[in-house]
Design a protein. Structure first.
Length: 216
């Protein structure tokens, strides 16, 4: 994939309606909504989706060495995490990826919150969160297709900074390597991505074994 990140300036995904409803606490067959409530909810979901501007980037980096407590990369960077090291067992490369919903939807959520329209703010928040996750899925699918043509495959699981023993401070490395600032994503001193609806993750890249055709 080259020495620098690949940028995806406009990622288009379908609004994951069922996932949004689940995030909002609705359970199919259990939660009852009047036609007016459902209409209002669907309108807010559509408005949230219209405000989301998904972008992302991805970068494959060769693995230099595996250790019990971390993974060393060819760039000289070290990913310190026993759990991540286990996930990356057998990986010849790691894939850094990041996605953001943009500032528009986050600013609208803040305006709704300030105005006291918490119901709409919560829906917009759910839409932005789920669509950002879907953007990562889109990147995985896209990169996976490229890798399969090279005889490689992605791990089915991905790992994010701040999860388990993979410290949030690794966000600095991922933000820099993915050049997320070019997508308008900044990093606070406490390693939080801004705008809020921005995420990063790592997956492993392995050579496919004979007869394998899919994602591990």
């Amino acid at each position: 994939m080259g020495t620098g990140p690949v940028f995806f300036r406009a990622i288009h995904v379908e609004v994951p309606g069922k996932a949004v409803y689940r995030r909002l606490g609705y359970r199919e067959g259990m939660t009852e909504l009047s036609s007016g409530q459902r209409e209002g909810l669907e309108r807010a979901i559509a408005e949230g989706a219209a405000l989301v501007e998904l972008q992302g980037s991805a970068l494959a980096i060769p693995v230099a060495a595996h250790g019990e407590h971390g993974v060393s990369l060819a760039t000289g960077d070290v990913l310190r995490s026993g759990k991540l090291s286990k996930l990356l067992e057998g990986a010849s490369e790691v894939l850094f990826m990041g996605a953001t919903a943009g500032r528009g939807v986050v600013e609208e959520i803040a305006r709704d919150t300030s105005a006291g329209d918490l119901s709409r703010a919560v829906v917009l928040d759910a839409v932005a969160s789920e669509m950002t996750d879907k953007a990562l899925d889109w990147i995985v699918e896209y990169v996976g297709g490229v890798l399969r043509r090279e005889g490689k495959e992605l791990s089915s699981r991905r790992f994010s900074a701040g999860y388990g023993d993979f410290g949030l401070e690794h966000q600095r490395l991922m933000h820099a390597r993915l050049k997320l600032s070019e997508l308008g994503v900044e990093l606070t001193p406490s390693c939080v991505l801004v705008p809020e609806k921005s995420v990063t993750a790592i997956a492993g890249i392995r050579w496919m074994q004979p007869g394998q055709t899919g994602v591990l």
